[in-house]
Design a protein around this ligand. Structure first.
Ligand SMILES: [Zn+2]
Length: 343
């Protein structure tokens, strides 16, 4: 059987792998990689930093490499997971969230009966982490649309909010169950996904690096006074119906049944008002998007309508989050989510 992932224990094993450019390292690894850097204090706990679960999101990966190359040790065991390496090296650097034929590596965690290599890999990593006294976990991501830096918190808890507030004032409670890594780990310890803005931006790499350093420098994650964060709850998922060919901007044509408005992503975590033009379709066409709630129930009619002249509009005010800007990403995950503010 092929090894599902690489495993490195300590800097002696890891050091030769870290030579060269960030991309040289990826080529050398070739597959998911789990690293343990033993802590300086016997009996210390453990912290996990995960990155590159999506192969096109480089900021977190580069930030993690910076830390590993420094060779520092901490009072706790540092665990690092580098996720979908194949997607990051195939067909150009950081070109794919996941490869054709692969699953999304952040949708494979904690399935009961793993049917694929990727799910078995996820299970094996979780099995290994089960033996570890985890104190806190952070999973680093990038967005494809314009978003503030923010945290996704799968499980609302005082400790989770405390951890999230270390990174950002904007916190999104992830109410959907999608088998993400942080969902799988959050029953055990505070666990957040950190969205570091657009990939391939130097300032977002700097932000991710400082976030990782804060995570490693923090003495404890025990909740103190309730942190001052703006909490959003993710409620609905919006996708383009799979049979509908679409573009962002441009014109309707023989091959395009939906033209989405450009620039809606600039409203992420803000507000899109009732009546906002989301896109255009041919007059007489039905609503080309599908909105589902956390249980998967289709609630499209509550949110969207098509006018007689073919304009796709919102029926009510919504807070969009994670609105994407390209068709591939919209197909691979979703067009956007609808959130609401929590008191
Ligand atoms: Zn991601």
């Amino acid at each position: 059987m092929l090894d599902l992932y690489h495993r490195f224990d300590g800097y002696e094993q890891l050091k030769p792998v870290l030579d060269g450019s960030d991309e040289d390292v990826l080529v050398r690894l070739g597959k998911p990689t789990l690293v343990r850097v033993p802590g300086t204090e016997p009996g210390g706990r453990a912290r996990l930093v995960s990155c590159l679960l999506h192969g096109n999101e480089d900021s977190g990966y580069r930030a993690v490499l910076r830390v590993l190359r420094e060779g520092a040790r901490y009072p706790f065991d540092l665990w690092v997971l580098i996720g979908n390496v194949r997607a990051a090296v195939t067909g150009g650097w950081y070109a794919h969230r996941f490869l054709e034929g692969q699953e999304d590596f952040n949708r494979v965690w904690g399935w009961q009966e793993p049917t694929t290599k990727m799910r078995r890999c996820a299970d094996a990593v979780l099995d290994e982490l089960r033996l570890v006294d985890l104190e806190a976990c952070v999973d680093l991501h990038n967005n494809t649309g314009a978003n503030p830096h923010y945290c996704v918190l799968p499980q609302l808890s005082p400790d989770g909010l405390e951890l999230a507030s270390l990174f950002s004032h904007t916190v999104l409670h992830w109410g959907l169950r999608l088998h993400t890594l942080m969902e799988a780990l959050s029953p055990r310890c505070p666990a957040v996904a950190l969205e570091c803005g657009l990939p391939r931006h130097a300032e977002n790499l700097e932000w991710a690096s400082s976030a990782v350093r804060r995570f490693l420098a923090r003495e404890s994650f025990e909740a103190r006074t309730p942190p001052a964060v703006t909490l959003f709850e993710q409620c609905y998922k919006v996708v383009v119906r799979p049979e509908v060919p679409f573009t962002f901007g441009g014109a309707l044509s023989e091959d395009v049944d939906l033209v989405l408005s450009v620039g809606l992503d600039t409203h992420n975590f803000g507000m899109l008002f009732a009546g906002t033009r989301i896109g255009v379709v041919e007059p007489g066409a039905a609503v080309p998007l599908c909105v589902t709630d956390a249980r998967g129930v289709d609630v499209t009619d509550r949110f969207l309508d098509v006018t007689p002249d073919g304009v796709l509009v919102l029926r009510q005010d919504v807070i969009p989050v994670m609105m994407v800007t390209n068709a591939v990403q919209a197909r691979q995950d979703c067009l956007f989510y609808i959130a609401r503010r929590r008191a």
